[in-house]
Every structure is written in C-alpha cells, then in structure tokens.
Design a protein around this ligand. Structure first.
Ligand SMILES: CC(C)(COP(=O)(O)OP(=O)(O)OC[C@H]1O[C@@H](n2cnc3c(N)ncnc32)[C@H](O)[C@@H]1OP(=O)(O)O)[C@@H](O)C(=O)NCCC(=O)NCCSC(=O)C(=O)O
Length: 395
C-alpha cells in the first residue's frame, strides 16, 4: 500500500525547490500532475547532462508524475487549473508573488472552489516584504543566508555550492509543510496556504549563527574543511593519494582518533575535553592526524579506524559510489525501464518505511505525455481537447 495514494497533487512549479517537494510526495504514491508551459516546458528539463536531448535530471525530478502541458497565462488554461484544483488536495506553485493573482488564480479564490485545497507557495523571498516580487534562486539564498560567507578557505572568496543546495533543503521543508497541512486538514476540514521562502530553511542548517551573534557578537568565519565546533575535522591525504574525511563531533570519537594516531597524551590536556577547546588547538590536532595518515595507504587507515571504532569516510566520486557495498546493500540506486531511454538508473526513495514503503513507478516523462488523460478526467471532450491543442493552450 502506498500511503499517499489517495492524494492528488498539482505540481505547477518549475525548476527544483517546488518540484522536488512534489517528487517526495509522489514517491509515496500521491497522484502528482505536473503542469508545464506547452512550448517552454519546465526549464529543468534542460539542466545538466542529457542523453540525445532527453534531460537526465528530469528523470528523477519528475518521477511518478503525470505530465500535462497547459498554458496558465490564458483564460482556457486558467479554467483547466481551476477544475484541477476543485478535484485536488494540494497545489504546489513557485511563481513570483503576484503572478498567480495576475492570472486570476488567486489562492483565496481557488480555496473558495475547494475549501480543502492546500496551496503550497514556494518563493525566493516569501509572499511579502521588500524583496517579495524579485525573482529568486537557491543561489541567492546561499548568498543571503550566511552559507556562502562561512564556506571556503579563510583567505579565499565566499563559496557557492556546485549544486541546488538551498532548493533541495527548501523542497524537503515544503514536503514536511504539506504533510503538516494535510494533518491539520484532518482536524479542521480546511486547507490553508503555505508560504515558504527559499532563503529561510537553509539558514536553519547553518547552526546557531544568529543566537551566537546576539549573545556574543560572534560572526562565523570561513574555515575551509575545518569545523568551527570540533577538531580534528578535515580531509586528509593518504600515502596512496586518496582523500579521507574525519569528524570528531562526539568526545569519545575524538579520544579514539588521537589514541589511534599515537597521541593519547592529548586527551589529558584540559582543553581536549570540549569541541570548542579542541578547535582552539586545531593546528596541533590536524598535524597529528595528517602525518599519521600520510604514512599509510587508504585501506590500512580505514581498517585501523574501523577497528578503533573511530569515524572515517573515503572521499568518493560517482565511480566509487557505483561500486560501494554499503549502497548496494541499501539498494540506494535502482535501474528502471524508461519510455525514452530504454532504461535509466536513479537514486531510490530517500528512506524506508517498514509498513508502507514508497516506490518509483516510472521515471520523468516527456512534455505533455498525459495531457489528454488529465483533461479527460476533468470531463473535457476529445473535440474540446483538440480545439485547445490547436489554439496552443495545451500540448
Ligand atoms: C523561477 C523564477 C525566478 C522565474 O521568474 P519569471 O520567469 O519572472 O516567472 P514568474 O514567476 O513571474 O512567472 C511567469 C512565468 O511563468 C512561466 N511559466 C511556467 N509555467 C507556466 C505555465 N504552465 N503557463 C504559463 N506560464 C508558465 C512563464 O514563462 C511566465 O512568464 P511570462 O509568460 O513572461 O509571464 C520565479 O518564478 C521565482 O522567483 N520563483 C520562486 C523561487 C523559485 O522557485 N526559484 C527557482 C528555484 S530553483 C533554482 O534556484 C535554480 O535552478 O537555480
């Protein structure tokens, strides 16, 4: 049984933040209808690697979704969205504040048509405030949240991640917000509006930067691979040229690491007793760990760390991940049949529920693949569907 199988979700969002929330709900069985512009499609179709013009990221991002191409900027398209909203549980959208309203699709009006509708609004900066109407990207959130300021080498520039980090975090937060609103609806019988700004959820992951700033005036600085809250924590090069990562957030692990690298005396130092104290002596700790690791091959270092129950991980790229026995044991990746590519490999559902697991029913589909089916369910006749296609309202 897929636990969200009784839900219909309209994913009228583009790119990553909104659609990734819809993907997570689809993974657990929700009927997700992806609405795209009939001619432009979702720009994420063209992001990243493509195989013969078929976007590979799309295969994951749009998995389990039915794809319908509907132009929401014209009256006939707006009517299609209204009819969909009447029969759906959630509308996820990421237009700039004012765009839905400009199209006559104000959430208040949609909720009059269906008071149980949840309208999940993903924006760069939120629905109000001086920046609300500005276009927003995850990159701007990484810049404005403090993430970039604290990421990078101490003497280097602020650093952006080479991935949609703030978007992914916002997507996770939105899927949680939708589940809360669905739970609330069980009690109240009413839907509600979710206002999620991409600049906010990433901030929650950066540690207590505002708490520490207000209490102590502390401004986080760039520390490269080092942590501001524990040491040793870094990447270290082995004799055979591999890189390993070590973390010592828990005190017993820190003690095991320094004992393993031949410096049990450090544990006796009063400063060693806290992460903060160890950060003050990071050069000495890094030197002890780095020199011990530099004299050994990666396999030996990993074996000795595992034996000592100290935490270490090899720095992987995708070729390592593809061969790793832990991921194989977890079934982290699946190969699925695909109507465009024959087969496609992608990351599996993100976690396992023992009683009601998720599943990937199909990879992302071509633009407009399910338009006719979706309009048929909304009682549009074949003739009307043909007219709308002719007029460019749908594809
Ligand atoms: C993504 C945006 C910057 C795009 O800005 P704009 O192009 O100015 O779009 P608007 O939101 O004003 O919406 C109007 C446009 O929607 C497009 N559009 C999309 N789908 C449709 C459908 N189905 N029908 C009609 N129009 C559509 C169309 O091109 C419209 O342009 P017109 O015809 O001209 O009206 C913005 O939507 C935004 O700030 N969204 C919230 C934050 C967000 O989700 N950002 C992306 C996260 S991913 C990310 O950060 C990253 O990839 O990097």
């Amino acid at each position: 049984m897929t636990i969200l199988g009784d839900l219909r979700i309209i994913d009228a969002a583009t790119l990553f933040a909104g659609p990734s929330a819809a993907m997570m709900l689809g993974d657990f069985g929700a009927d997700v209808i992806k609405i795209e512009h009939p001619r432009r499609g979702d720009p994420s179709r063209g992001h990243g690697a493509s195989a013969g013009g078929v976007g590979l990221w799309w295969k994951t991002l749009a998995r389990n979704k039915r794809t319908a191409a509907v132009d929401l900027s014209c009256a006939e398209g707006q009517e299609i969205l209204r009819r969909l909203c009447e029969r759906s549980d959630v509308l996820i959208e990421n237009f700039r504040p004012g765009t839905l309203e400009r199209w006559g699709l104000d959430p208040d009006d949609l909720m009059k048509l269906n008071p149980r509708l949840i309208v999940a609004r993903m924006t760069g900066f939120g629905q109000h405030g001086p920046m609300a109407r500005q276009p927003g990207f995850g990159t701007l959130a990484e810049a404005m949240s403090g993430f970039a300021a604290m990421t990078g080498l101490p003497d280097g520039p602020p650093t952006l991640p080479p991935l949609a980090l703030a978007d992914g975090i916002a997507g996770l937060a939105m899927s949680y917000a939708v589940m809360l609103a669905l739970h609330a609806r069980e009690r109240t019988g009413r839907g509600q509006v979710i206002d999620l700004a991409i600049i906010e959820p990433i901030m929650g992951l950066l540690g207590p930067q505002m708490t520490a700033y207000k209490a102590l005036g502390v401004v986080p600085r760039r520390t490269g691979n080092r942590s501001s809250s524990n040491a040793p924590r870094n990447t270290y090069r082995t004799r055979d040229g591999r890189w390993l990562a070590i973390s010592t957030s828990a005190q017993p692990i820190a003690e095991r690491v320094v004992a393993l690298v031949g410096r049990p005396d450090l544990v006796e130092q009063p400063w060693f007793a806290t992460g903060q104290g160890r950060v003050q002596h990071v050069d000495e700790l890094d030197e002890a760990v780095a020199s011990w690791i530099a004299e050994r091959d990666a396999a030996e270092v990993i074996a000795r760390f595992e034996e000592a129950q100290a935490a270490v991980a090899p720095i992987y790229d995708v070729t390592d991940i593809a061969e790793d026995p832990q991921y194989k044991a977890l079934g982290t990746f699946v190969e699925l049949p695909d109507e465009e590519l024959g087969t496609v490999t992608m990351q599996n559902v993100l976690f396992r529920l023992s009683d009601t697991p998720g599943e990937i029913r199909w990879p992302g589909r071509p633009l407009g693949r399910d338009t006719d089916e979706v309009l048929g369910e909304l009682d549009y006749s074949r003739e009307r569907v043909a007219e709308l296609r002719e007029a460019g309202v749908i594809a």
